[in-house]
Design a binder for this molecule. Structure first.
Ligand SMILES: Cc1cc2nc3c(=O)[nH]c(=O)nc-3n(C[C@H](O)[C@H](O)[C@H](O)COP(=O)(O)OP(=O)(O)OC[C@H]3O[C@@H](n4cnc5c(N)ncnc54)[C@H](O)[C@@H]3O)c2cc1C
Length: 434
């Protein structure tokens, strides 16, 4: 029997467990450990609450969790409740699928001001992550700036723009829904260093901005090269650029405005005790496509600044770390003998949910090659983990516990919503009589 511990129950963790379960069948026992009592990682806490069809991918993961050789072990923080060294003793291989949940610093003066928030925190707040339930972002000013030109920036802009009615059918948490309904924000500026041809926003998500009840997107025609140049773009980018060109022609009379400010590099945030404005420098592209400052600066009013620039994997004691990459040091997923990394903890924060599937399968293949199935015993596996946790007074949650929480959340849902997420550890554990 082989014993595996996969740490992190986001997409990368689930795909790796699926691959290992397929490869070993009954000859392995796999523990899928998560620091939270509930599974799914960013499917629950990152993917936008008004994109339920994407969140529904979690239903496919349920089959994996219910496999006889797999066990979900929630409410166990690795590096805190149990060390990597302890897990490496207990299991034949330990696979890190801990994602990249920490915001990278902007690295500009003023980022410590009240009202400057990283997207992991902001997204976690409206998605009910317990770490950010008390964030209370300031929505009392009229202007917000969102830094970044990827889909997370689009999610944040859309969430700040929607009316209460547009959230019907979503599982946005009540504290965010109420705060957003009271929000005074009318102008949202999306700030990106490069131009429309360099965006990392996908067409479907961009297209949605053109159909909001109370907000209208704007682009400046002067930011675009001649239309013929679009033909050379990769098809997805070409479609996105077509949306951006259309936004320059919209002039609907709606109370909120989403302005795309291209060729703009944030250089500092200013304000008395709290953010009031973002100072940006006009940029241009050099021959290699890199943005360079022109020296011209101007002000973007912003009492809320959300930086959507990148994420980092938090280090875990005893695991080699790649500081520059913000992820675990690894060679094609191999960290050290018997220690692997998958997903964002392996590659950094890029790609879609689906990107994590080949990633997890590839690492599983390497594990199978290094650790062929064997019939005799060896490591203590999950029994050893249970003993350690019991001795430390840690009470893990099982997949059946998650089902209990899931049912309670569904029963408490607003009209039309799939669930009312519990957002605090104690509420989850109270539901389980833990
Ligand atoms: C805001 C946002 C929106 C997104 N929207 C989309 C989208 O619409 N479509 C799409 O295809 N992709 C989307 N993505 C990308 C997608 O979410 C990622 O590709 C994917 O979640 C990465 O998977 P992962 O398993 O590596 O990490 P995660 O999903 O982050 O999972 C990591 C898991 O590890 C756990 N963990 C962390 N540290 C520990 C520890 N020390 N001990 C135990 N457990 C730990 C966490 O609790 C978490 O459950 C989005 C990403 C973000 C940030």
């Amino acid at each position: 029997m082989r014993h595996f511990a996969v740490i992190g129950s986001g997409p990368a963790g689930f795909y790796t467990v699926e691959a290992l379960a397929k490869a070993y069948g009954d000859a392995a026992r796999i523990d899928l450990i998560d620091r939270l009592p509930v599974p799914y990682g960013l499917i629950r806490f990152g993917v936008a609450p008004d994109h339920q069809s994407i969140k529904a991918v979690s239903r496919r993961y349920d089959k994996v969790a219910e496999d006889q050789c797999v066990r979900f072990v929630g409410n166990v923080a690795v590096g805190q409740d149990v060390t990597i060294a302890q897990l490496r003793e207990l299991y034949d291989a330990v696979i890190l699928a801990t994602g990249a949940p920490s915001d990278r610093a902007l690295g500009i003066p003023g980022e410590e001001l009240v009202g400057v928030i990283g997207s992991a925190a902001f997204v976690g707040w409206y998605n009910g992550h317990p770490d950010f339930a008390d964030l209370d972002p300031p929505l009392d000013g009229e202007s917000a700036a969102i830094i970044g030109n990827g889909n997370v920036a689009l999610d944040v802009a859309r969430i700040l723009s929607k009316t209460r009615a547009e959230f019907v059918g979503s599982d946005i948490v009540d504290h965010a829904l109420d705060a957003l309904e009271q929000s005074n924000i009318r102008t949202i500026t999306l700030v990106g260093r490069r131009g429309p041809h360099q965006i990392a926003m996908t067409p479907k998500e961009l297209g949605e901005l053109g159909h909001l009840d109370a907000a209208v997107p704007h682009t400046d025609p002067a930011d675009f090269p001649d239309a013929e140049v679009d033909a050379a773009l990769e098809p997805g980018v070409r479609k996105s650029v077509a949306h951006l060109r259309d936004f320059a022609k919209l002039d609907a009379d709606k109370p909120k405005h989403i302005n795309f400010d291209f060729f703009a590099k944030p250089i500092r945030i200013e304000g008395e005790h709290r953010a009031q404005r973002l100072i940006v420098e006009r940029t241009r592209l050099d021959d290699t496509g890199a943005s360079i400052g022109t020296g011209e600066t101007y002000v973007v009013p912003a009492s809320l600044v959300v930086s959507c620039i990148a994420y980092r994997t938090p280090p875990i004691p005893g695991v080699p770390y790649d500081e520059a990459g913000g992820k675990f040091a690894n060679d094609h997923g191999l960290v050290e003998d018997g220690l692997y990394a998958v997903g964002w903890a392996r590659r950094g924060p890029s790609g879609t949910i689906g990107t994590n599937r080949p990633d997890g399968y590839e690492v599983a293949e390497r594990i199978v090659a290094a650790l062929p199935p064997r019939s005799h015993g060896g490591r203590a596996g999950g029994d050893g983990l249970d003993a350690l946790l019991a001795a430390a007074g840690v009470r893990p949650t099982s997949f059946a516990d998650w089902r209990t929480i899931e049912a309670a959340e569904a029963a408490a849902a607003r009209d039309g919503a799939p669930r009312a997420k519990m957002v605090r550890h104690e509420d989850w554990l109270k539901t389980l009589n833990h």
